[in-house]
Design a binder for this molecule. Sequence first.
Ligand code: OAD
Length: 243
Amino acid sequence: MSSDAEDGFGEKWTLARSALDSSRRVSVFTGAGMSAESGIPTFRGEDGLWKGRRPEEWATPEAFLESPAVVREFYQWRRDLISGVNPHAGHLALGSWAKAGNRAIDVVTQNVDGFHQLSGCPSVLELHGSLWSQHCHVCQHSETDVHRVSCHCGGPLRPSVVWFGEVLPQDVWRQAEEVIRHSEAMLVIGTSAVVYPAASLVFAALERSVPVIEINPQPVLGDPAICISGTAAKVLPQLLKGL
Ligand code: OAD
């Protein structure tokens, strides 16, 4: 399958680069597709984590309280998988661009892998939490040792990821809304944009009529977004080159 990036520098490509180039604040909204080429499965793709798995058995507080060992094992499997792979060329291009300081770049991610931080992005808001920390189900105490199972209060420690039916961390959410409100362009990478409230940030940017550039082998946004069909690892290094 060809992609816009491989096809050359068409009109969408020029529009996307010029929108990014002329913006002083850019928000970057990412989903599981961002890390797919590192070898981390998405949720809804062919080999996605939710294919053949019922999320309510793995990613709800009820599932955790009923079978903590099973849920912990699922998250440890995901940590092990991520520990064995690396950020790809797209993560690194984004990290270098964000670090360069030519403009303010805030990443708002649904991903819990920590790869944006690892590749140098200075500002990352994790809407769905992180695989690399835990907190107590009872007293909310935060814990960086992901192997501990009990809090000092006796309560069970759980992964600090947002589960179905839970609210997003409110401080992070408020900061994300602020970022979107002030951004002059938005890059949307590797998300199906179906999980709310996270997806509403993308639609808020479209409503504000700021340029929204989507990178996805199967774009989901349509007009007026500038949709570049291609993968994160292939498109980002070229798209951001020299900006
Ligand atoms: P999805 O699995 O729903 O969507 C992944 C998107 O990435 C799809 O649109 C793919 O076409 C696209 N994609 C696949 N490979 C790609 C690549 N190499 N480069 C760019 N794009 C690619 O993942 P999310 O939208 O992140 O929530 O899912 C949102 C939330 O649903 C997750 O954060 C998770 C899940 O339930 C929680 O766990 C709370």
